[in-house]
Design a protein around this ligand. Structure first.
Ligand SMILES: Nc1ncnc2c1ncn2[C@@H]1O[C@H](COP(=O)(O)OP(=O)(O)OP(=O)(O)O)[C@@H](O)[C@H]1O
Ligand SMILES: *[C@@H]1O[C@H](CO)[C@@H](O)[C@H](O)[C@H]1NC(C)=O
Ligand SMILES: *[C@@H]1O[C@H](CO)[C@@H](O)[C@H](O)[C@H]1NC(C)=O
Ligand SMILES: *[C@@H]1O[C@H](CO)[C@@H](O)[C@H](O)[C@H]1NC(C)=O
Ligand SMILES: *[C@@H]1O[C@H](CO)[C@@H](O)[C@H](O)[C@H]1NC(C)=O
Ligand SMILES: *[C@@H]1O[C@H](CO)[C@@H](O)[C@H](O)[C@H]1NC(C)=O
Ligand SMILES: *[C@@H]1O[C@H](CO)[C@@H](O)[C@H](O)[C@H]1NC(C)=O
Ligand SMILES: *[C@@H]1O[C@H](CO)[C@@H](O)[C@H](O)[C@H]1NC(C)=O
Length: 683
């Protein structure tokens, strides 16, 4: 595909007179190879001609400018002329529906954005100049993150901005589909859907109206704009100004692209030739859910076909139990289960035996045919051979772990594109079910069990601390769990807590790209330094443990999306506020109806805060945690004025949120993602 420069026209802009329409500036780019755009920050032109504004680096910003200044007024102090622009963009994030922060096309008096902040400021403004009339900036933002400080309506909107980030007018991303000449039926678009979309921006000088329309690529321009506002830009723009793009990332490694761009003064922007645009790259690491969504229907279809071929029973039988075995596996033989045994044990992986679905795959209950041992079999779809040998070696080594607070990993089985892990069956299910009641996944379970009383909860906290101490310090080598959370804590028949699922996160840790480290875990439990260093350590486990303790004591999820205010509630912040307000006991789960040991509960909350402290150096080790829990040693006093918490409060005031991100829905509790942690330069 040709990715040559397709700069159609650029007519001189000097001395535009009121008659010389043809002198009005106008340009069109269909791809950006060999073009003269000026770039800064993370912005670059890719080999195939995409304008890459941000490249997946966290906390970064990038800009691109049309190199020459454009005359927005015919003469000094006259009104700003009409202008029209169109561009095609695409956003690629490692998460589905979760991206940060967005991009904007802007008109600004200069090209120096070195003082602008990334993150929510989109690389356009900073905390000092946001909203100041001296900025003289107009921007159309495509914003994928809800910043409550800017009154953002949601995490997926188009906004008209003047001099600041608080939009003059904004609307959820989408378009009004034209039907029989009239505009009707609004259709939603997801900005970070990894699909290219086209945007039109127009300013009409006559009516002083700004309007903008977003639509999927190759859709005719909808008649009714997505968002419009009355705003006289004559009071805003400088006589001579630059047009360009700005984009920024926060803690989520997102990449923002522009595929094509056109602009005209006093006339419609030239059409972009969408057939000759460069192609967006595919997402580097896909979230697991879409994989499941794609694989499952395909697998279902495949099964239907197989059912049609009942005649070829023997063939089917052969295929059904097919496994993948390689030479290096010989030494792991005793830990290898045959697929046939597992298939029989789980009665063919039927829905009847489905225990639940997690971020890695489905879990089935089963009884091994010979030993009659009850097992839980986890089916993980995984087709990368890379790192498989190391992983299996680790599975086998982990299989030797023996502790009453750990779920025993019995062995594994491998098939094409699939890995099966066999665990001891833990009869009473996962802890989150007791904390939050039944959730849709637990089809095999009966109604929600009664809430746990305090003494059980405290015993669970102690148990998990004990299991974790064993992993960190008491076994022959240091094992990092990497995915501690309520849904990975299972309860056995005398309600003893067992930590499950260790090692699995590791499977996805053997990064696709050896150059970058990948962090795997669950949003809400990821220590902030993981996003910077990408290195899981015992202290990142301690962080997740702290979040877990808060969760158990408060009976709340670590990050809650409250429908009422469309705001996220970070549990840590909430408990910390209670601590500051001197109302710590109000944070304890209300379902306990006041029936709990006040000292133990306050200890748990303070310990939870201490462990999930954003600064790793302030967190205790698991050995210290055990000492605090057993009352051998009292934990350090957590005064709200504690130096490190003060620093935290300052950072938050400054718009830096050490907790990764807003959570778009409260249902996706098992969302696993990778954060490519190249580096974070802070601010
Ligand atoms: N060893 C086990 N014994 C009994 N039930 C289990 C066992 N392991 C898992 N389960 C059940 O299967 C469900 C899904 O487990 P899984 O660990 O895959 O999901 P998760 O913990 O919610 O998410 P993630 O995969 O992100 O850790 C759990 O909620 C639990 O009820
Ligand atoms: C433009 O307006 C400014 C202030 O409003 C004034 O100082 C200046 O003289 C004006 N220039 C012209 C050319 O009218
Ligand atoms: C993503 O967001 C869109 C709308 O914003 C919604 O319709 C869709 O269900 C979401 N997908 C997931 C996986 O959450
Ligand atoms: C706006 O910016 C100007 C110049 O930078 C500064 O002098 C002025 O104090 C700022 N106004 C406000 C309200 O911050
Ligand atoms: C719109 O078009 C559809 C078919 O294209 C037609 O069935 C329908 O009657 C039309 N509606 C109006 C209001 O014209
Ligand atoms: C916009 O403002 C300018 C001066 O600031 C004025 O001359 C012009 O008439 C205004 N336009 C509209 C449509 O109000
Ligand atoms: C589960 O826990 C309850 C107590 O809540 C206990 O009575 C029961 O025996 C446990 N085991 C099973 C399999 O339900
Ligand atoms: C703490 O006190 C402040 C001010 O009184 C109040 O706004 C806030 O909601 C309180 N926080 C909690 C978690 O109760």
């Amino acid at each position: 595909m040709s990715s040559l420069l397709k700069l159609v026209v650029f007519l001189g802009l000097t001395f535009a007179t009121s008659f010389a329409r043809s002198n009005d500036p106008m340009f069109a780019y269909n791809g950006f190879s060999n073009t003269n755009l000026e770039l800064d920050g993370t912005a670059s032109i890719t080999e195939n001609g995409l304008l890459e504004l941000t490249n997946g680096k966290v906390m970064s910003k990038g800009h691109a400018f049309f190199p020459d200044p454009l005359r927005f007024r015919r003469s000094p102090n006259s009104t700003v002329q009409s202008f029209s622009a169109s561009f095609v963009f695409g956003i690629i994030s490692v998460y589905n529906n979760l991206s940060s922060h967005g991009l904007a096309m802007f008109v600004a008096p200069g090209k120096d954005f070195s003082a602008a902040t990334p993150v929510g400021y989109l690389g356009l403004f900073n905390a000092q100049n946001d909203g100041n009339g001296t900025n003289r900036v107009f921007a159309l933002e495509l914003d994928t993150y809800q910043n409550s400080e800017f009154q953002d309506i949601d995490n997926n909107h188009v906004g008209i901005n003047v001099n600041g980030l608080h939009s003059v007018e904004s609307h959820a991303a989408g378009f009004y589909r034209d039907r029989n000449g009239t505009s009707e039926s609004f259709e939603d678009l997801t900005l970070c859907s990894q699909q290219a979309m086209q945007v039109w921006v127009d300013y009409d000088s006559e009516s002083a109206r700004i309007s903008s329309t977003v639509a999927p690529l190759n859709t005719a321009r909808p008649k009714r704009p997505t968002v419009s506002a009355s705003y006289n830009l004559s009071a805003v723009l400088a006589d001579v100004a630059y047009v360009g793009f700005s984009s920024s990332t926060g803690k989520i490694n997102s990449r923002h692209y522009v595929l094509g761009w056109s602009f005209a003064m006093n006339g419609p922007a030239p059409a972009i030739d969408t057939s000759s645009l460069p192609k967006l790259p595919l997402a580097r690491s896909k979230p697991h859910r879409p994989v499941l969504e794609v694989v499952l229907p395909v697998a279902t279809a495949a099964l239907l076909v197989a059912a049609g071929a009942v005649v070829f029973l023997s063939v089917r039988r052969h295929i059904r139990y097919a496994e993948l075995r390689e030479d290096w596996e010989v030494e792991f033989g005793p830990h290898r289960f045959s697929y046939k045994d597992l298939f029989r044990a789980t009665e063919g992986f039927g829905d009847k035996n489905l225990l639940g679905t997690g971020g890695f795959g489905r879990v089935y209950r089963g009884v091994l045919p010979r030993s009659k041992l009850k097992v839980a079999v986890k089916k993980v779809s995984h087709d990368s051979k890379q790192g498989m040998k190391e992983f299996i070696a680790e599975v086998v080594s982990i299989g030797r772990l023996q502790h009453r607070n750990l779920v025993k990993l019995l062995g594994y089985c491998r098939r094409k594109g699939e890995l099966l892990l066999v665990y001891d069956y833990v009869p009473n299910g996962s802890l989150d079910r007791y904390l939050y009641g039944r959730n849709g996944n637990q089809q095999a379970m009966a109604a929600a069990p009664a809430t746990l009383d305090w003494s059980r909860r405290f015993r669970i906290i102690k148990g998990i601390a004990c299991g974790l101490l064993y992993l960190h310090e008491e076994w022959e080598k240091v094992v990092i769990h990497r995915d501690i959370k309520a849904s990975n804590v299972l309860l056995d028949d005398d309600m003893n807590a067992r930590l499950g699922d260790f090692g699995l996160a590791r499977l996805y840790d053997h990064g696709v790209d050896p150059q970058t480290t990948h962090v795997v875990g669950t949003i809400g439990y990821l220590a902030p330094e993981l996003a910077c260093t990408g290195k899981a350590t015992p202290l990142t486990d301690v962080f997740a443990f702290g979040v877990f303790v808060l969760e158990v004591a408060c009976g709340r999820r670590p990050i809650k999306h409250s429908e009422a205010q469309q705001n996220r509630l970070v549990l840590f912040d909430w408990v910390f506020q209670h601590l500051q307000n001197g109302s710590l006991t109000d944070a304890i789960d209300g379902r306990l109806k006041g029936d709990y040991d006040v000292d133990e509960a306050c200890l748990a909350l303070k310990l939870g805060l201490l462990c999930s402290h954003p600064f790793a150096s302030a967190r205790p080790s698991m050995r210290q945690v055990m000492q605090y829990l057993h009352g051998d040693v009292s934990p350090p006093e957590l005064a709200p004025t504690h130096q490190s918490f003060e620093a935290l409060a300052l950072m938050q005031e400054d718009g830096f949120d050490p907790y990764i991100m807003s959570y778009p829905s409260s249902t996706a509790t098992a969302s696993i993602g990778t954060v490519s942690a190249t580096m974070s330069q802070g601010r």
